[in-house]
Design a protein around this ligand. Structure first.
Ligand code: IPD
Ligand code: CA
Ligand code: CA
Ligand code: CA
Length: 265
């Protein structure tokens, strides 16, 4: 039997320890490399944070599987056993340029079923936490279920580059959505933007390409609160696949899907 209470105690301890190293790095020179393009950054702190979690998990739970953005578990292609999906720093561009608005995101699954999710806003020291079936919490305070909202009253999280060009939704429909909504925002850290939908600071979040570590924790948080995640075509998300992600309360999800994403130009 997996001892989830013990795992939770460890994760909270490790998050606080990782925080110390990350905050400390603000005083030092970062070692910054680029990955797929010049705006896709990785730093020594992304790598150190991932290694820190991997080392600790392996020490206490050698039988668990781990997928991390910075390279751990690249060959894992199934969800058997206990699987940790980790983004050591989500929002690396913010981390480098702003020293805020980034998070550590950890989703823990057992045989494909969500168990625990953590989105930790490191600088604010704020934790969004979900234990599937037992509730979702912001800094230990229960988060209420998501209420339906309408496009005209909605604040929508969307990366502005997708409003200019994308191949998934007719572009004029995206323009219409931006026009019809109350406002749009782009924070630049997918896990936090999903946590913002969970806490009602955003009504929806739309991303044209996210990886499993960007949404593994957020998915559990949103589902626990009765919200909905899908691709922009309305299909269910596959945990180990990258693609479009559309998160919202159920009412707004339906309205945006029907009137904008699936509608003809
Ligand atoms: C990125 C951020 C960003 C999103 C990108 C992600 P990273 O994660 O979440 O907001 O638009 O798709 O890759 O690389 O900073 O962990
Ligand atoms: Ca990255
Ligand atoms: Ca990320
Ligand atoms: Ca990352």
């Amino acid at each position: 039997m997996t001892n989830w209470e013990q795992i939770d105690t460890y994760v909270r301890k490790w998050l606080k320890e990782a925080r110390i190293n990350i905050i400390d790095s603000f005083k030092k020179t970062l070692d910054i490399e680029t990955k797929s393009d010049r705006n896709d950054l990785v730093t020594n702190i992304d790598k150190e944070t991932e290694s820190f979690f991997v080392k600790n998990i392996q020490e206490h739970y050698p039988e668990h599987h781990i997928i991390g953005e910075e390279g751990h578990g690249k060959k894992i292609n199934d969800t058997n056993g206990v699987l940790w999906i980790i983004d050591p720093i989500d929002g690396t561009v913010n981390f480098v340029h702003q020293q805020r608005n980034f998070a550590i995101s950890i989703g823990i699954y057992e045989n494909g079923k969500g168990k625990l999710g953590y989105i930790y806003d490191v600088v604010q020291d704020e934790l969004y936490f979900v234990e599937v079936g037992k509730g979702a919490f912001f800094n230990e305070v229960p988060i209420p279920k998501l209420a339906d909202t309408k496009v005209e009253d909605a604040i929508i999280g969307i990366n502005s580059s997708w409003i200019i060009s994308n191949r998934h939704i007719p572009i004029s429909n995206l323009h219409r959505l931006v026009h019809d909504s109350r406002a749009t925002r782009s924070l630049g850290a997918a896990s936090l933007e999903i946590a913002y939908v969970a806490t009602g600071r955003l009504d929806a979040y739309i991303a044209m390409r996210l990886a499993p570590w960007d949404f593994a924790a957020g998915k559990l948080l949103i589902e626990e609160l009765g919200g909905k995640l899908s691709t922009v075509k309305g299909d269910p998300l596959q945990l180990l696949e990258s693609g479009t992600v559309f998160v919202s309360n159920v009412g707004l999800h339906k309205e945006i899907l029907n009137k904008y994403f699936l509608a003809n130009e």
